[in-house]
Design a protein around this ligand. Structure first.
Ligand code: DGY
Length: 320
C-alpha cells in the first residue's frame, strides 16, 4: 500500500460490509444517494480518483475512456459483465480493468431457475390475477402451464453461471445441451452443439448465459427464434443485448414459443414497452446477483483486485 491511501471512487451504494472494508484501505468517495452518473460526470469525477469501483450502470465506452483523467489507474468492476467497458480502449490508455467472476454464479443460476419455472407455470400471470381480485374459481382447465421435468435445458454459454444453472436443471431430470465456441472441460455429460442453429432446435428451455460481445449481440433474432421447438421457453439472465426484443415479443404474441423469463433487457431500466402487456413473460428487474451474501462477495472480490493492484501485484481478475 502507498503511504497515503489511494482515492477510490465507488460509484454506487454497495453493501455496508463492502463500504466498511473499502474505507479501511482507501480514501473513499461514495454515493450514499445511489444516483447514476452521466458520461460528463464520470469524466469529471475521474480527475479526483486513483481508482474507480463502478457497476455495469457506469459506461466506459471509447468516448468516455478517451476523456478519463490520467489519474485513474484501475477500474475494478463490481460485476462479472464488462460490456459497459471498452476494454481495448481502456487498455490502450494503460488503465487496468477487473471484474468479479465466480462469486455470483450461484445467485444468478437460482434466478435462471426461478425464471424458467415462473415462465413455465405462468407464475406472474397467476400472481397478478390474485392481486387484482380476479381469481373467481378453480378449474382443471385453469392456468395450465408446461412441465420442465425431463425436458431439454439448453445453455447458451457454458461458463461459470451456465454450469451452475445446468447443475440445478439436472435436479429436474433435464437433459443438458449447450452451445459454446468450443466444447468445455467438465461439462458433466452435457451434449455439445458447435452449430448454434442445431443447438436451438433442441432447446425446450433456452437459458442464456453468454456475455454480450460483438459475436453474441442480437444472436437470438427472428430467424433463430423460429428454430426453437414449439412451446419453448426462453430465459435470459445474461444481457438483454443478446436478444432482439421485437422478434421475441412477436414470437411470444404469436404463441410461437410458450413463454419467456427475463431478468435483463436492452436499454434497462427503460425496457421495450411491448413486454409489459404480454401475459406469457415473467419479468424481473436485473436481480440475478442481488442477494446479501453475493453483494458482499462481489464487493470483496472487487476490493481484492484493488488491493492486489495497489500492492504492485497482478489482480486475479484482470480483463484488460
Ligand atoms: C454482472 O455482474 O454482470 C451483473 O449483471 C450485475 O452487474
Amino acid at each position: 500500500m502507498l503511504a497515503e491511501k489511494p482515492v477510490l471512487w465507488i460509484t454506487r451504494k454497495l453493501s455496508d460490509n463492502t463500504m466498511a472494508r473499502a474505507r479501511a484501505s482507501y480514501d473513499v468517495i461514495d454515493n450514499p444517494e445511489d444516483r447514476t452518473f452521466t458520461a460528463d460526470e464520470i469524466v469529471a469525477m475521474s480527475a479526483k480518483a486513483d481508482a474507480i469501483l463502478p457497476c455495469h450502470s457506469e459506461v466506459f465506452d471509447a468516448g468516455v475512456t478517451a476523456r478519463l483523467s490520467d489519474r485513474v489507474r484501475i477500474i475494478a468492476n463490481h460485476s462479472v459483465g464488462v460490456d459497459h467497458c471498452d476494454l481495448p480502449a481502456l487498455k490502450a490508455r494503460g488503465i487496468a480493468v477487473t471484474n468479479t467472476p465466480d462469486v455470483l454464479s450461484d445467485a444468478t443460476a437460482e434466478i435462471a431457475i426461478l425464471l424458467m419455472l415462473g415462465a413455465a407455470r405462468r407464475a406472474s400471470e397467476g400472481e397478478r390475477l390474485i392481486r387484482a381480485g380476479q381469481w373467481t374459481d378453480w378449474s382443471p382447465s385453469f392456468m395450465v402451464g408446461r412441465q420442465v421435468t425431463g425436458k431439454r435445458f439448453g445453455v447458451l454459454g457454458m461458463g461459470r453461471v451456465g454450469r451452475v444453472a445446468a447443475m440445478r436443471a439436472r435436479g429436474f431430470g433435464m437433459e443438458i445441451h449447450y452451445h459454446n465456441r468450443n466444447p468445455v472441460e467438465g461439462a458433466d455429460g452435457a451434449i455439445y452443439h458447435g452449430d448454434v442453429e442445431e443447438f436451438l432446435s433442441v432447446c425446450d428451455v433456452l437459458s442464456i448465459h453468454c456475455p454480450a460481445t460483438d459475436t453474441t449481440r442480437g444472436l437470438l433474432n427472428r430467424e433463430r427464434l423460429e428454430l426453437l421447438p414449439a412451446d419453448a421457453i426462453v430465459v435470459n439472465t445474461a444481457r438483454g443485448a443478446i436478444v432482439d426484443d421485437d422478434a421475441l415479443i412477436d414470437a411470444l404474441k404469436r404463441g410461437r414459443i410458450f413463454a419467456a423469463g427475463l431478468d435483463v433487457f436492452n436499454g434497462e431500466p427503460r425496457i421495450h414497452h411491448g413486454y409489459a402487456s404480454l401475459e406469457n413473460v415473467f419479468l424481473l428487474p436485473h436481480i440475478g446477483s442481488a442477494t446479501t451474501q453475493t453483494r458482499d462477495a462481489m464487493g470483496f472480490r472487487a476490493l481484492d483486485n484493488l488491493d492486489a493492484f495497489f500492492a504492485g501485484q497482478d489482480p486475479g481478475d484482470r480483463v484488460a
